[in-house]
Ligand binder design. Structure first.
Ligand code: GLU
Length: 424
């Protein structure tokens, strides 16, 4: 049986076929000669299955979609603070190749415009492993196949690289770029010439959606905090001077490339990739933007769409005898996030338990965010201070070592122990 997801992706291709506006990038001769009528779309959820439609096997150069991944490597090498001191995180409002640096700091405004990307590329260049080899290996591990450079594209772009060279010399003179400018630009252009298709890109985007872990191999490619940093920079700066338009219409972190690709990431859910060579005036694929708008609308991907708010974690409150002691059992549910835990605390504060034993049954809880952990410790302190014994039922064993604010341990029980001990 053919998956309805594939049928839907076919529809995305046919229903955007009328978008023939825009023009291929002509400042790179090899891109100027690319067939313009190609189009492909792929998606990969955090479960790792890739669905693709259209010209799925056409390879094209990754171009600026390489930038978030090179940035990820720089963050892992040097830490966020060091990288941010050298390359900012502010949207520039300028075109991708603008010859501009932040007038206050003298640093590139962000790692998604060329100035920042050239500086970032140089940051990941090491004695043992040239930056180009490192990014190719990184792409390959995410795409689950060997990613190589399209040498024709690289040569073509190198032959017409005056603008990027100009940027690199500017960076060099302001001290941001220590490397020899020509070498940095050559490496950066080779990074951009890596040849990929929409399947590869969907897997790479899905790795970012999956919190930095490649969904099929399970390999952690970047830490949770680095992943968040990369996605935030993509959200703020990924679509160049169209960032505001993009975020209001499509509403997910994204990055476009001048060969016509765009990747998009819905955190925790899905990585998307589209391809169509003609570019709009911002340098983003015109039909690619149309495909992404359709995907976002049809599949409800917009991050600012407020779905079903998590209102309360408290499913019910039971009075019971547990192992012979009078107990108040709070049965919790769903994700423990700020709004839901606030509702629980409000209930406990306005209606304090009167039994010696207080049990929090987390059997139906899906995820405990750090804010919930901190607030629960503070709540446990107050209950301990008021003379209660506090027990948490922790079936997933996510709370090992849990204490109150004063370091007093909170008893952790299994669900079986509660079930055995309880009588109502
Ligand atoms: N290699 C291209 C350049 O530096 C990347 C630009 C892009 O994809 O937006 O001009």
């Amino acid at each position: 049986m053919r998956s309805p997801i594939l049928d839907y992706l076919d529809t995305v291709i046919t229903e955007t076929a009328h978008v023939t506006s825009g023009a291929v990038a002509d400042y790179i001769p090899e891109l100027a000669s690319a067939p313009t009528d190609r189009a492909a779309v792929a998606l990969c959820t955090v479960n790792g299955v890739v669905y693709a439609a259209g010209d799925v096997d056409v390879d094209f150069s990754i171009q600026s979609m390489s930038k978030p991944f090179a940035y990820a490597l720089a963050l892992a090498d040097r830490g966020i603070d060091d990288v941010v001191a050298r390359v900012g995180v502010e949207p520039s409002g300028d075109a991708f190749n603008e010859l501009s640096l932040d007038p206050e700091t003298g640093t590139p405004r962000n790692p998604m415009i060329n100035a920042g990307a050239i500086a970032t590329h140089a940051l990941i260049d090491t004695e043992d492993a040239p930056a180009v080899d490192r990014v190719l290996d990184y792409f390959s591990r995410m795409a689950q196949r060997e990613i190589r450079i399209d040498e024709e594209v690289a040569a073509s772009e190198l032959a017409t690289a005056d603008r990027n060279l100009g940027l690199a010399y500017l960076l060099h003179s302001s001290g941001v770029l220590e490397a020899e400018p020509r070498a940095a630009v050559t490496g950066y252009i080779r990074q951009c010439a890596a040849s990929v298709n929409v399947r590869d890109l969907a897997l790479m985007a899905a790795t970012l959606a999956n919190n930095g872990v490649q969904p099929n191999t399970g390999e952690r490619m970047l830490s949770r905090v680095e992943n968040r940093q990369v996605l935030s920079v993509m959200a703020a700066c990924g679509m160049y001077d169209a960032a505001g338009d993009w975020f209001t219409n499509v509403g997910i972190p994204a990055k476009s490339g001048v060969a016509g690709g765009i990747i998009g990431v819905l955190p925790g859910q899905v990585g998307l990739a589209v391809f169509s060579p003609r570019l709009d005036s911002h340098g983003n694929s015109a039909r690619g933007v149309a495909m992404m708008e359709m995907l976002s609308e049809d599949m409800g991907l917009h991050l600012m769409d407020v779905g079903r708010p998590g209102r309360t974690s408290l499913r019910e409150t039971q009075l019971a005898t547990v192992e012979g002691v009078d107990a108040t059992v709070y049965v919790l549910q769903g994700d423990l996030v700020l709004s839901s835990i606030e509702a629980l605390i409000h209930e406990i504060v306005s209606n304090p338990p009167t039994t010696p034993l207080v049990v929090f049954d987390m059997g139906r809880v899906d995820e405990v965010l750090p804010v919930a952990r901190r607030t629960s410790s503070a709540m446990a302190t107050k209950l301990h201070d008021a003379g209660h014994r506090v027990v948490v039922i922790d079936p997933e064993e996510t709370l090992t070592g849990f204490t109150d604010d004063q370091g007093r341990p909170v008893e952790l029980w299994t669900a079986e122990r509660l079930a055995r001990g309880i009588s109502r």
